[in-house]
Design a binder for this molecule. Structure first.
Ligand SMILES: Nc1nc2c(ncn2[C@@H]2O[C@H](COP(=O)(O)OP(=O)(O)OP(=O)(O)O)[C@@H](O)[C@H]2O)c(=O)[nH]1
Ligand SMILES: Nc1nc2c(ncn2[C@@H]2O[C@H](COP(=O)(O)OP(=O)(O)OP(=O)(O)O)[C@@H](O)[C@H]2O)c(=O)[nH]1
Length: 442
């Protein structure tokens, strides 16, 4: 499983700045989707040698006793307890503060490994800046500048050092799609799991060896095998499963990572929230095939149903490729449709596309619409081959491809999805520009 680095620190030390630098996608292919809010607190790490996840605990006030701040602190504490590595951020310019000491104490008691990052250190003498922070008892301080990038890459590599290189992620013994049910608290995830498993034959139920492993439950339906990757920390109690703990961001992220297909659940009795969009955005980043299940459809009237449909179109429009089902987990309505979309999405995510056909489709896409000229350059798309699955990656070869605008890439994505009739999966395009053979002669 990918290690999760959790950023902690008092307000204003530069946590979001660090988070943005660590997670900013190089190609901005995913980041600029309309409808995606930018204040997400978890994402895929882009720096460093090994794949990993980053969680920012946000404005963390360990002393608050009630209210929303207290609830945020509770979420932060859960993230700290589940972190593989804590990045404790302090402020070089403000110096050591009493609140830093309180947080250091809390982190030490969590028993999780800690790396101390002294931020805003640009243009300062490292030895002088770090001196006072040894008192925190969190080891040797790393002086960084999140705003300028100094020392950030070294920090990440140090943080990831002790984790093994990721084994081949596709190497799972299970048959059929691996499915994660993701969604914010209380949307009905446990209810759906129980409805699914109540009707069906549970083949195997793996208790994890360690708390870090995901729980996997294999079952059959209509002769087809599925494996559920648990997000809720379910425990078997007699014939039903119940959640042993409340919503955990890190468990959700890891389950999404481990799955082939994500069933994103939203609650029809509530408005689509930022949190729904954040989870959806993370699934997009991860490139997972996706099915949207709008739950509690039984609980709302016709007027509300129309409003929910509009709200999904507005807030989750970047999931245009995904099928939407309106279901009642509690009454078992709409479940067959969800599973049939899971099958389709899985098949699409794993599709094999032959090079000649890919190239033919590419050429017909270019004939319909040529990429715009960029100054002196006219990008030339020559041929395509498949570079991966789940999500399908199409590698396009040609010249001056670095000048292709994002809008054209989107057009190609849609064109390929349609030509190969792939439903329920995102698709990625990668460009490989051929070296100009005459460039070195002169
Ligand atoms: N000089 C300098 N300023 C920085 C650096 N990193 C962040 N800042 C500034 O510090 C301020 C706080 O940064 P944020 O990233 O919002 O801090 P935060 O810890 O996420 O704050 P909360 O969301 O309140 O917890 C902003 O004005 C940043 O521009 C840095 O490396 N150098
Ligand atoms: N009306 C209605 N209520 C539902 C439905 N599905 C779930 N609920 C109710 O919604 C509440 C939350 O359901 P859970 O299955 O515990 O939700 P969860 O997503 O697992 O929650 P966390 O464990 O907090 O992440 C419970 O009171 C359920 O009875 C449904 O289809 N219709």
């Amino acid at each position: 499983m990918k290690p999760t680095l959790v950023i902690v620190g008092r307000p204003n030390v530069g946590k979001s700045t660090l988070f943005n630098r660590l997670t900013r996608s190089r190609d901005a292919l995913v980041a600029d989707q309309p409808g995606l809010t930018r204040d997400r607190h978890y994402g895929h790490g882009r720096l460093g040698r090994k794949p990993h996840l980053i969680v920012d605990t946000g404005g963390f006030e360990p002393q608050a006793k009630e209210g929303i701040v207290h609830e945020m602190a509770r979420q932060a504490e859960a993230a700290i307890a589940e972190a593989d590595m804590l990045l404790f951020v302090v402020d070089a310019r403000a110096g050591l503060t009493p609140q830093d000491l309180v947080i250091a104490d809390l982190l030490r008691r969590s028993g999780r490994p800690v790396l101390l990052a002294v931020n805003k250190g640009e243009g300062m003498d490292r030895a002088v800046v770090s001196a006072e922070f040894y008192e925190l008892g969190c080891g040797t301080p790393c002086v960084i500048s999140s705003a300028h990038g100094d020392g950030v890459r070294e920090l990440v590599d140090l943080a990831l050092d002790s984790f093994p290189d990721e084994a081949d992620a596709g190497d799972h013994a299970t048959e059929g799609p691996r499915v994660a049910i993701a969604g914010r608290p209380n949307v009905g995830k446990s209810t759906l799991v129980n409805t699914l498993l109540g009707e069906e034959r549970v083949i195997a139920f793996d208790m994890p060896g360690t708390t870090r492993d995901a729980i996997e439950i294999s079952f059959e339906r209509n002769g087809k095998a599925y494996t559920l990757i648990d997000t809720a920390g379910l425990r078997r109690k007699g014939r039903v499963f119940e959640a042993i703990e409340k919503f955990s961001v890190i468990k959700t992220l890891q389950a999404v990572e481990e799955a082939n297909v994500v069933v994103l659940m939203v609650d029809a009795s509530q408005d689509i929230s930022d949190q729904d969009a954040h989870i959806a955005g993370f699934c997009m980043d991860a490139g997972r095939a996706l099915v949207v299940a709008v739950n509690k459809w039984d609980a709302i009237d016709t007027y509300r149903r129309e409003r929910v449909k509009e709200s999904i179109e507005q807030r989750l429009n970047f999931l245009g490729f995904a099928h939407v089902h309106y279901i009642s987990a509690i009454k078992g309505q709409g479940i067959a449709g969800v599973l049939s979309s899971v099958d389709k999405a899985y098949a699409a995510a794993m599709a094999k596309m032959a090079t000649p056909k890919l190239t033919r489709v590419l050429i017909s896409a270019v004939e319909k619409q040529t990429p715009p000229r960029h100054g002196l350059f006219r990008p030339k798309l020559r041929y395509a081959h498949q570079g991966g699955s789940n999500p399908p990656i199409i590698v396009v070869h040609g010249n001056a491809l670095e000048h292709i605008p994002t809008s054209y890439t989107r057009y190609l994505e849609r064109y390929f999805l349609e030509a190969f009739k792939l439903q329920g999966t995102p698709l990625r395009i990668q460009y490989k520009t051929s070296k100009n053979p005459f460039a070195d002669e002169r």
